[in-house]
Design a protein around this ligand. Structure first.
Ligand code: UDP
Length: 363
């Protein structure tokens, strides 16, 4: 069988890496299985893409579609056109998409219209918030997906409610956590003077890139002020997503303990997270990683598609109103926070389960 694996943006790379490695292992065992890795080019700069291939030991993509830049529609269209061409030249038995980015949406549409099966890794999760492009990507992708590889019972329930037949739902766990567990022994302190001065559990890490938080300069400023006011002067390391950089610059924030840095490599970022007192974020993936590493995490969003990180993990939903943040930060500062209780199947073996299912279906 031939499988085409798609990756396009930063949060995709940690999700595909273990799947690629499981495919390579099957090949080494002599199984008749081929794969093509297609990079859509949605994220193209080194710090958002190339570095992850190196650190996570992902092979050079077989094709790069160069579909980065532009508006949502321009990007979707560019990837759709380029991926259709790729599929016509190299027709696989199945296309594997992961996560909830523009590439996930565009590539699933291109594949299904050519009557190629689609597998969605991280299928079935829902925030119910259609103001986020990611939610639209999830809904459209799942409406044409053949095989759902799910991370949680909540996802399974969502899919059953939508009428998806049981045999198409494969509850396998979380490939992002496969990567986290595999890479943990290699986590390393980032290079740079500020990082040499950080004491374990005496600093915060924050990330922000959702349009709702970063596109309005005044609300971005209000949130950063609330963060500074609630963290007792401890250092805050803020790797700035390209989307956030411009507005942040315009604000000209000047707080000696707030350290704006470039996006970090995976091993460096998670080194900092693992040793942090707490994490403040609007990311989805980061809430999964903090849970497994048992690090307190507050999410600056009104909803989440990853409710298990709240029920069983270390995540709390604060919302986007800066006034709501203080009580949560107070609890972290006081060392009063819930502990990770374990999330079913987030055990580092998800990719193996995915490949077992695919081998059984496409052998
Ligand atoms: N990440 C990273 N360096 C950074 C910030 C994040 O390697 O400077 C990793 C993080 O560990 C996680 C992924 O990027 O694996 C999350 O990506 P992002 O927040 O962009 O996407 P989301 O999960 O919100 O879709």
């Amino acid at each position: 069988a031939i499988f085409t694996v798609v990756a396009g943006a930063r949060p995709n790379f940690m999700k595909i890496a273990p799947i690629i490695h499981a495919f390579q292992k099957s090949q080494a065992e002599g199984k008749n299985l081929q794969f093509r890795l297609v990079h859509t080019g949605q994220h193209y700069d080194k710090k958002m893409s190339g570095d992850f291939f190196e650190q996570l030991n992902i092979p050079e993509p077989n094709a790069n579609l160069g579909g980065g830049g532009g508006t949502q529609a321009e990007q979707t269209a560019a990837i759709l056109v380029a991926f259709e061409k790729e599929l016509m030249e190299n027709r696989p038995d199945l296309v594997i998409v992961v996560g909830d980015v523009t590439s996930t949406l565009a590539c699933s549409i291109a594949a299904k219209k050519l009557q190629i099966d689609v597998a969605h890794v991280e299928g079935g999760i829902r925030s119910g918030d259609l103001s986020m492009p990611e939610e639209i990507n999830r809904m459209v992708t799942d409406s044409i997906t053949d095989h759902f590889f799910t991370t949680s019972e909540i996802a399974n329930t969502n899919l059953r409610k939508a009428g998806v037949a049981e045999e198409r739902i494969h509850f396998v766990g979380n490939t992002m956590i496969d990567t986290l567990m595999a890479q943990m022994p290699r986590f390393k302190k980032p290079e740079g003077e500020i990082f040499d001065h950080l004491e374990p559990k005496e600093y915060f890490v924050m990330t922000m890139h959702r349009p709702a938080n970063v596109d309005q300069e005044n609300s971005l400023k209000a949130m950063i002020d609330a963060i500074l006011a609630g963290t007792g002067g401890l250092p805050i390391i803020f790797p700035v997503h390209p989307r956030t950089a411009k507005n942040l610059q315009n604000l000209g924030i000047n707080a000696p303990n707030l350290h704006l840095v470039e996006p970090l490599g995976y091993l460096e970022f998670n080194y900092l997270v693992k040793n942090a007192k707490g994490v403040i974020t609007d990311s989805g993936g980061v809430t999964e990683e903090t849970s497994v590493m048992n690090v307190p995490c507050v999410t600056l969003r009104d909803n989440t598609e990853r409710a298990e990180t709240i029920h069983l993990g270390t995540n709390e939903l604060v919302g986007t109103d800066p006034k709501k943040l203080k009580p949560f930060l107070d609890k972290i500062m006081a060392g009063e926070w819930k502990h990770y209780q374990g999330i079913p199947l987030w055990d580092g073996k998800t990719a193996e389960r995915i490949v077992d299912v695919l081998e059984a279906q496409y052998a």
